[in-house]
Design a protein around this ligand. Sequence first.
Ligand code: ADP
Length: 495
Amino acid sequence: MAGRLTTWLRREGGESAASDGDEIARLRAARDAAEAANEAKTRFLASVAHEIRSPLNAIYGYAQLLERGDAKDTLAAARVIRRSAEHLAHLVEGLLDISQVEGGAMKLSREAIRFPEFLDQLIAMLDLQAQAKGLALVLERPERLPEFVHADPKRLRQVLINLATNAIKFTDHGTVTLKVEYRNELATFTVIDTGIGIAPEDAQRIFAPFERVGGPAAERPGVGLGLAITQALVHIMGGDIRVESRPGEGSRFTVRLMLSQPLSPPSEPAPEAGAVTGYLGRERWVLLIDDDPAHLAMVRSLLEPLGFQVRTASDGDSALALAAQVQPDLVLCDVMLAGENGWDIARQLRRRHGASLRIVMLSGEAPDSGNPPADGPANDTFVMKPFDFTVLLDVIAGQLGVEWVRAAGLPRGTAPAEAAMRLPVTVAPQAAAHCAEIERLVRIGHVRAIESEIDALAALAPEAGPLAERMRAALDRFDLKELARLAQAGVSDAA
Ligand code: ADP
């Protein structure tokens, strides 16, 4: 990571490197620059460690309380853990974004986006945040905007959301406005707030990583990477960003980007698909290799309810033995196992099982930072942790060539996973009682009691297993809505 930050560091250290033409002075300046860069690196790493420590402490503390059964409100504890994990995930994502931009590795997509809809969706996403703070959120746009423009929607959204989220965060009364202008393919986005403002001496500093200025600002949540990433993204999109602000009155962040218009309207995208509930075709076997039992349990609870046969291994030897035994279709292998290199395991699997075995590497580090084997890639693809479930499912579908069955794609009750949940008449009354109790417990958020009710449901009969499994998976994700839905389905199925 530190190596990839060289540009930033060079920039920080580089200022003192002004040459005066004299050899000794040049060497001295080079030494000063190197020292300044080193100091900047140390400061940066200290900030990263600091930023990681507090969410990590919260996770550690609450997890211990839950383990000891001492947490008074288990749902609240779970929420703190989830939020802290999200914060860490944002931090990691932010650091990776920065290193990618700085290392010149970030690739922008160029898509024709529906410009007015894109802006409406953005406002809809931010509206709840603004409402929660009693702020008015206004989109100020000319009546005529091009229907389509070329942009990387993910990155453009990230820039505008960063600025608008800051505007909301640093404003306690009044209005946040997103003003959009478009002329001769030049789009100007101005995010205007009536918040605490920024002192003139801080106006440039805030764009550096981890810089958070002023008393009141530093008290609000955040990691201080948003503007650094925003500025870096705007620059790689070929645009510019500037800020004008008066303390106590508010701020205006202006981003200018060239967004060209497509010559002809693009073809309509496919409508959005429903949630995956299973797949078509023969049963597929998946081998998960990871030394983290929590990770194994999580991926297992994602894949098993979809109808995959899942086996898990926590080291290379047992993985190779299991693979020989079950001949999996797909392997999901962590890159860094305790004392072992995932790439080595992948290479051995490839050697023994040939190209028909699909291998997906999972890692918390970017592929180029790992140790891909020198004798050609043993893996078929790579997924970064933490991953969105839909991303992993997309990769799996691509590797196995399976076609998903989706919730919205079939009439109610006929999806394979739902059908498998049907309870036999003999156990129905007891199952209904457990499901009703689970429904009640979900409303009060009593996680431990929910767990034991699910266990009791599973113990009723093997047929209750799939429903209990899906409930466990929903509970693992703290998806209480889904849990309530499953419990309700259990009650009415049994009735
Ligand atoms: P974060 O918001 O996570 O602290 P950012 O990089 O997005 O990190 O912002 C850096 C700092 O810039 C903030 O901590 C705050 O001090 C200042 N800042 C950013 N946007 C605003 C704004 N709209 N009004 C006042 N201060 C702001």
